[in-house]
Design a protein around this ligand. Structure first.
Ligand code: NAD
Length: 509
């Protein structure tokens, strides 16, 4: 199915300009960066890319702001984030429009992304009164041991195109209440939503009397990111994107003993056992695999199905895949919007050609759509591929809606297949057998940072920590105690005994 006609690039340009104006941003055109839309694949605006001088100025201003911000009481810092959350609520529709125009998300997913930003603001405001340290029992009389948490400094946030705003907010809301400042280098593919977010945060800062420079935005490509990666004034580099990017960033930050928080690629799988409720599993699988046109880090890419139910499940998935409405993401009936670019489509086709050469069989989907209406855009049918084994192409992350289906006979075999990929982000099992579910969640089960039961791999909520193991980079963001990555701890020994007592019974003088 193809949903209604696509808007024209002129319509989208006017729409983006209106949304930005409603938020308070006037587009100032410049050189170096193209704002474009995957809906038509065409250029919207030229924007100015940050120069080395801009980056230097941002680093210096961020440092000055930090000197004030670090001693502002944390609950007062929370007021800035609370105001940001209010502004995000007020402008939710316009922000979601920008996400659709720049990242191609369907309307409900774009609104969901902004909701996630609101949720992390609420979470961070609560956190601003809960940055707890511990008191530790001292072995010495009249002594107290305490752990205190202090702000780190400037946090460099480097973000990917597919969650162009939410990933920024996960980092920024938490970093700000922790007393850090933020310098954001968004994806070069999504500058407009970045301008909008930066504007709202700056407005919130003005309204609550916080230093404006607690947040700086640097638009540009990878070179701008590299400057942040190498600069010792950036205490923490929080980088979200491909494993390729993380492999470059991680060692460079480590070489200067900086801290990094890496949120990289996934190759997520679900195991479907014979007892699974297929009425629940089928829509969960289709959303996880085809939603966001397969462009979530948590997208379901591998389905590991028990041999006894494989034919039934495949038949139901094939039927669901052939009915997916593909096209204009502003149309409420559309479920699959465009890929970000024709380059992504080429990568998808390359992976499909390789897997077919290795014996894989396409069961449904895989055709390009709307090529005549929008030759520069990349609309495609999500694709279901049956494979006999997890070959090299299956073990890679192809950032497109390809779901590989492989069968298993024993749960041990399924878990071994599940873990036999370099990445370790998200995972799930569909089962009504509690023992199987518990084994999957145990130390001998999924090796991922996210392990779910009877729900797909994508669509995490704020509250739990988000991140993954192995080639996914090991970072944790957003919930639980992920805030500790944005602070440094100090251990304090306080002697109120009036005597000098050395630890471990050491005597001296
Ligand atoms: P990408 O790696 O191409 O770019 C991500 C960001 O890194 C961009 O801002 C880019 O300019 C910057 N960058 C690239 N190379 C750099 C370098 N050497 N030094 C500094 N900065 C550099 O990723 P993308 O195509 O925008 O996003 C898709 C990828 O991101 C997928 O692999 C996806 O799984 C991953 N992702 C992961 C998470 C997560 O939380 N684990 C979330 C979203 C996306």
């Amino acid at each position: 199915m193809t949903s209604t006609a696509l808007p024209t690039t002129d319509d989208l340009r006017a729409h983006a300009r209106d949304a930005l104006r409603n938020i308070g941003v006037d587009v100032v055109e410049g050189d170096g960066l193209h704002a474009r839309t995957p809906l038509t694949g065409e250029h919207l605006f030229g924007l100015r890319s940050a120069t080395d001088a801009d980056t230097e100025q941002a680093l210096a201003a961020s440092r000055t702001a930090f000197l004030t911000w670090r001693t502002t009481p944390a609950p007062r810092r929370g007021e800035l984030v609370r105001r940001l959350g209010e502004l995000l609520r007020e402008h939710k529709g316009d922000l979601a429009d920008l996400v659709t125009i720049e990242a191609g998300k369907i309307r409900s997913e774009a609104l969901g992304e902004i909701q996630e930003m609101i949720d992390i603001c609420d979470f961070a405001v609560g956190l601003s009164r809960q940055l707890y340290g511990r008191t530790i029992a001292s072995e010495r009389p009249g002594h107290r041991l305490a752990e205190t948490w202090h702000p780190l400094g400037a946090v460099g946030v480097i973000s990917a195109f597919n969650f162009p705003a939410a990933v920024w907010s996960w980092n920024t809301a938490v970093a700000l209440v922790c007393g850090d400042t933020v310098i954001w280098k968004p994806s070069e593919l999504t500058p407009l939503i970045s301008l909008a977010c930066h504007h709202l945060l700056t407005r919130a800062a003005d309204e609550v009397g916080a230093p404006r420079d607690v947040h700086r935005l640097l638009l540009g490509g990878r070179a701008v990111g590299e400057t942040l990666v190498d600069d010792p004034r950036v205490a923490l580099v929080s980088a979200t994107g491909s494993t390729r990017m993380g492999r470059e960033v991680g060692p460079r930050v480590a070489a200067r003993f900086g801290r990094s928080l890496l949120e990289l690629g996934g190759n997520n799988a679900a195991i479907v056992t014979p007892s699974a409720d297929l009425d629940l599993a089928v829509p969960a699988i289709v959303f996880a695999a085809a939603g966001t046109a397969g462009q979530r880090c948590t997208t379901l890419r591998r389905l590991i199905v028990h041999r006894d139910i494989a034919d039934t499940l495949i038949e139901r998935l094939t039927t669901a895949y052939t009915k997916l409405p593909i096209g204009n993401p502003f149309d409420d009936t559309t479920l699959v919007g465009p890929l970000i670019s024709t380059t992504a489509l080429d990568a998808m086709r390359g992976a499909l050609a390789r897997v077919q050469a290795q014996g894989g069989k396409i069961l449904a989907g895989g055709n390009r759509r709307l090529a005549e209406a929008a030759p520069a855009a990349a609309y495609t049918e999500p694709v279901l591929v049956r494979v006999d084994e997890q070959s090299d192409v299956v073990r890679e992350e192809t950032f497109a809606p390809i779901l590989y289906v492989v069968t298993y006979d024993t749960l041990d075999e399924a878990i071994a297949l599940h873990n036999d990929v370099p990445q370790g982000l998200s995972s799930s099992i569909f089962t009504r057998d509690q023992q199987e579910a518990e084994i999957f969640l145990s130390a001998a089960g999924s090796d991922c940072g996210i392990a779910n039961v009877n729900i797909g791999t994508s669509g995490a909520e704020i509250g739990g920590a988000f991140g993954g193991e192995k080639d996914t980079g090991g970072g944790r963001e957003a919930g639980s105690d992920a805030w500790k990555s944005y602070m440094r701890s100090a251990t304090n020994t306080i002697n109120y005994s009036g005597e000098l007592n050395l630890a471990q019974g050491v005597s001296f003088l």
